[in-house]
Design a protein around this ligand. Structure first.
Ligand code: HEM
Ligand code: HEM
Length: 227
């Protein structure tokens, strides 16, 4: 029988769900505000006014979901930040060197095992996603309350908001390609965030050998089937 480990708990999964839906709405309406020609889907009879409202409602969810998550389970944030900020060792650099060749020839080029909970490249990308999300939130507030902000700062906020969107968008494309399991070796990963939070022990050992070993004893290896 296949054995499974829990990779992500309910609070993390719920935040990630809300955040993903909010991000999609923000990208769609943000692009509609930037290039109104693309506004046909959410614009409707209300035109850009509707996009503006949807953008702000989604912005509240984008900010509110992680804040609620931190209040409900503060140790989740410390755990994630600790894993993401783990200093790079020799294995991490080796892993990074092999990552691009592995993406194009996964059968021939295998990644070296690493000791952490989150792989080197993913740590870098996730820190980037968090940093650009912070920039987008701060500049978004300056744009929202532009009446109380000097005009020069509003212009800078507008520019930074758009630049952050481009970088966040690029990082998210990679995040989704790998996280959704479009990249074959990571098939099954998606359910750790969008399903029941579990991953098969075999895939866990392949991806994070040390984490899998530690968690196998900590979790007493759950033997229930994926639902
Ligand atoms: C994934 C996140 C986000 C993306 C991709 C995004 C994208 C965009 C884009 C492309 C624009 C048009 C800017 C222009 O015309 O140059 C815009 C405008 C705006 N954004 Fe965002 N945004 C995001 C998050 C946020 C957040 C979190 C807030 C609020 C805290 C926010 C508030 C605003 C405001 C106030 C405007 C000006 C238009 C309006 O009055 O609604 N955005 N956004
Ligand atoms: C369809 C869209 C998405 C998919 C398929 C996806 C997939 C995943 C998966 C599978 C994980 C767990 C990775 C692991 O356990 O090692 C994860 C973690 C994470 N995701 Fe996403 N995600 C999506 C959208 C987003 C969005 C929109 C954001 C933020 C704006 C985001 C930010 C994060 C962060 C911060 C983590 C935790 C850190 C990490 O494990 O790297 N994700 N995602």
């Amino acid at each position: 029988m296949t054995e499974y480990l829990v990779r992500h708990g309910g609070v993390a999964r719920a935040i990630h769900w809300v955040h993903t839906v909010a991000t999609m709405a923000l990208f769609y309406t943000g692009i509609a505000l930037y290039t109104p020609g693309t506004n046909f889907l959410v614009g409707g009879p209300g035109g850009l006014a509707v996009s503006t409202v949807v953008h702000r409602v989604a912005a509240v969810a984008f900010i509110g979901a992680p804040i609620l998550g931190i209040l409900l389970r503060p140790q989740g944030l410390t755990h994630m930040l600790k894993a993401l900020l783990k200093p790079w060792d020799r294995q991490d650099w080796l892993w990074m060197k092999k990552f691009v060749p592995h993406l194009f020839a996964a059968r021939k080029v295998h990644l070296p095992p690493h000791s952490g909970e989150i792989k080197a490249g993913q740590r870098l990308a996730s820190l980037g996603i968090i940093a650009f999300s912070v920039v987008i939130v701060v500049t978004g507030f300056l744009l929202w309350f532009d009446g109380n902000v000097p005009p020069g700062a509003v212009r800078w906020a507008g520019l930074l908001h758009d630049v952050a969107m481009i970088f966040l968008g690029a990082l998210l494309m990679g995040h989704i390609y790998l996280g959704a399991g479009i990249f074959q070796p990571l098939r099954g990963m998606v359910w750790t965030m969008f399903g029941n939070g579990k991953i098969s022990y075999r895939d866990a050992v392949y991806n994070w050998p040390k984490w899998a070993e530690d968690q196998a004893s900590a979790q007493g290896l759950q033997k229930r089937k994926m639902t």
